[in-house]
Design a protein around this ligand. Structure first.
Ligand code: AR6
Length: 320
């Protein structure tokens, strides 16, 4: 999974680099900055002293010293002043300049804290939106494992509007298990009817025999997508995708199947078909499934935004 939101203490992470939300002096401070300096030891401060500070939106790199991460990229986020002083542009620049440094150093993995969202006062829901937007854009043309690290439960806030809509969708559509059985039966009958009336028996038999991998490849073609676009939009790494492509009988996890249906912008019925090929179904008694269904019904196929909502509702993320 190239992009993952995780709950952790960033100082404990093993990655090529962790990112420090620093200040202009680069000489340490509170929050995550203080924690990183404490865990890295005095060597980090000594190296920071040689850097001559850092401007807002820019980034500088040092070694990681006693940290498990090999390097630290220090970036200076904007102080929130109500949102009218170019804060968003500066915050985007922090993520961007850090990611560019990571590419220059051929890093394979990097972990970000939610820059500016503590002492600097950037509203957390907006800070998360900025992070997700820059990171997802960046991943469309780079291969890198990026972690967005959320430190405490309170730190992760979905925008109020999205949270309310997803919650309302869940409570409006949640059904007990026994209703599902009937619904699935109705659905199966519908499919059967559709199959009989619209397609020849040969076509139906051929499609029935299709494996998940074959079905996926056919759908990629049908939707006019490329392989790269598909696995990127599915938040699946290249290696896993080639495995699926080359193994006709590959058995994917449920989250992987849904990730591909999001990547291909499948509607609900097409999603159900793809799941069925892998031996799964959608259930309206699962919060996870309802969240996915909400985004499909809204035609919002941004996998990272879906993962943001899944994370906020304590669900597994898509693309694993
Ligand atoms: N691991 C991951 N995230 C953390 C950790 C941790 N160990 N500790 C805190 N956070 P902040 P800023 C989260 O205040 O807003 C410093 O004094 C925290 O929950 O560290 O960019 C610097 O020297 C929050 O969501 O950084 C600057 O002067 C996020 O990290 C100033 O603070 C960022 O909070 C920078 O302020």
């Amino acid at each position: 999974m190239p992009f993952e939101i995780i709950r952790a203490d960033i100082t404990q992470l093993k990655a090529d680099a962790i990112v420090n939300a620093a200040n202009h002096s680069l000489l340490g401070g509170g929050g995550v900055d203080g924690a990183i300096h404490k865990a890295a030891g005095p060597g980090l401060l000594d190296e920071c002293k040689t850097l001559g500070g850092c401007k807002t939106g820019e980034s500088k790199i040092t070694k990681g010293y006693n940290l498990s991460a090999e390097y630290v990229i220090h970036t200076v986020g904007p102080v929130w002043e109500g949102g009218t002083k170019g804060e968003e542009k500066l915050l985007r620049a922090c993520y961007r300049s850090t990611l560019e440094l990571a590419v220059d150093h051929n890093f394979e993995s990097i972990a970000f804290p939610l820059i500016s969202s503590g002492v600097f006062g950037y509203p957390k829901d907006q800070a998360i939106q900025v992070a997700i937007s820059v990171i997802s854009e960046f991943l469309m043309d780079h291969d890198l494992m990026i972690y967005l690290v959320v430190y405490d439960q309170k730190a992760f806030v979905l925008s109020e509007k999205l949270f309310a809509s997803v919650k309302a969708f869940i409570s409006d559509n949640y059904v007990e298990e026994h209703h599902i059985a009937n619904e699935n039966r109705d659905y199966e009958m519908e499919v059967c009817y559709y199959s009989k009336s619209m397609r020849s028996l040969d076509d139906v038999l051929e499609e029935l025999q299709e494996t998940f991998s074959e079905h996926l490849i056919r759908m990629i073609d049908l939707k006019g997508k490329t392989d790269v676009e598909t696995y990127k939009r599915a938040n699946v790494d290249r290696k896993l995708f080639s495995k699926i492509r080359s193994d006709k009988f590959y058995r994917p996890s449920r989250t992987t199947v849904i990730a591909f249906s999001i990547a291909l912008e499948l509607n609900l019925d097409e999603t159900k078909d793809l799941l069925e090929k892998a031996g799964f179904a959608l259930s309206r008694s699962s919060k996870f499934d309802l969240i996915v269904e909400y985004f499909i019904s809204e035609e919002n196929y941004n996998i990272h935004e879906i993962n943001e909502a899944l994370f906020a509702f304590d669900q597994a993320l898509l693309g694993v």
